[in-house]
Design a protein around this ligand. Sequence first.
Ligand code: G6P
Length: 607
Amino acid sequence: MCGIVGYVGNKNAQDFLISGLKRLEYRGYDSAGIVTISGDNKAALIRAEGKIANLEDKVAKNKRDDKIGIGHTRWATHGEPSEKNAHPHKAGEIYLVHNGIIENYKELKKTLKEHKFASETDSEVLAALVESFYKGGKYPLADAVVQALKLVKGTYGVAVISEKNPDEVVVARSGSPLVIGVGNGETLIASDASALVGHTKRAIYLNDGEVAVIKKDSIEVKTLNAEPVSAKVEEIETNLAAIQKGGYEHFLLKEIMEQPESLKETLRGRLNVAEGSVRLGGPGLSEGELRKIKHLIIVGCGTAYHAGLLAGYYIEQFTPEITIETVIASEYRYRQAYIPEGSVALIVSQSGETADTLACLREIKRQGVKTIGIVNAIGSTIAREVDGGTYVHVGPEISVASTKAFTSQVIAMVMFGLTIAQAKGVKSTILKPYVEEIAELPEEIRRTLEDTNEKIAEIAKKYKDYEHAIYLGRDTAYPTSMEGALKLKEISYVDANAYAFGELKHGPLALVDDRFFELALVPEGALYEKTISNIQEVLARGGHIIAITNTDFDLPVENVVRIESQIKIFAPILMNLVLQLFAYYTTVAKGYNVDQPRNLAKSVTVE
Ligand code: G6P
């Protein structure tokens, strides 16, 4: 949440800051700002409410050729989205941008009598606190930042500059990501490596409790306790094409359509179809350790949580003597849950930065339980802190609503389940059908997207004015329906909720009337007849049903989307594509911002 950028070098700082903020806009987009400092110590602070485009207009009218600066795109926590609450915040001669939450800001504020507060933010308190140690340049900026951070409770990624030192930026992190881009005669800062793509391929990922003094040709990293750190320079693998729309109108549609390819990346080198087996190197568990697993805790938020739920349904189908508990990270972190012997935790996160998921990871690790990451963002905090992991490798996901990550998270977790089953000696005749279908999925995903795309666009137009939707499924189609409802609500603002079909009679059936439409998932299989009976019950009460099925279906519902595919076990994955497209086209029909839905952000780095 919130994006941070910074620049020091020989080029125009404003240019990098604006282009970097645009790349990070998915992290928050209610206001933004930059400050640059000229060689003769004059700062230009420019801030604007709303999207980066508003800031860009203002900057265009105030062009400067400064070579150092910092910038920020905000997702409001303390104080409404407004220009005065936008970062950078100023205190004396220093300017600060902050990502995270200063939990003890009220107590700290009381001690900062000399500063006249201009905003309602916790971040300005931090700026004033730094200034109280900097004392107008009497002490080194880095020392002042360290003194201030030692008093702070909460999370932060910060970048600070001073009019007095127009050659250095001080950055630090605790709980919120910060990446330093190592350039030629320039050093760049970003809260996410995507802002650095095209500028440099070399990056240093700062760790919690580290602070760095950044100049155009030097980077000095230390801990808050002044111990020197020899920072590792890593390669940024992302290329420019991966973070551009590539001819699509929206990132969301691009990312939905990319799924045949992104899933192939997840599978690459990991399947042996002839043997019906799976090989994952990343988790780093021996056969013996895999055999001993009795309990899986799957932790995630939002879409990652739904992926965990769906994977759990699959894994228990073929893995003997195992219990699976999929949990919402923000809940689990405060529960007094008993973790039984033989547990392993799967930590699921596209961004690898979600604050609640990260907190669970740390707590679970503290209890001595092995943690395995199911992460997309390479080099992210979760990826670096887990004991082992399986990257999903779907490439950058930029639209706030997660799509391609979901599909690959489910399959990556199922593959992890298959490795446990293999180690436990489950017959390959049981596992092979799963492996075979997984191998076929990329092509079947491509076909399903192609076959259903136009029809779904038409259907979405018909239902665009409904304010309420009920998504229904049983078994593996139930978590799928939860994910579908989340997609619709987060981008098209339809009050969409999912229920297990069997729960209808226990409450939700009372809702059925002309204000609602129902999206029913009807996969072929053991529960088909029961699902049909449930749909009859909705029909009898005047429901407006869209059925999505991969088999014969002849009930008189309003619309049927039939998926033609030999995929059976993973049919819900194909149905989810239809739900993704449905949410996309509904949002387009309503004229809303597809990639940046109101009030949300992609990377939720505050709790
Ligand atoms: C936010 C995003 C969702 C995502 C969730 C968890 O809410 O908008 O798309 O599913 O965070 O994010 P993670 O990066 O941990 O998967």
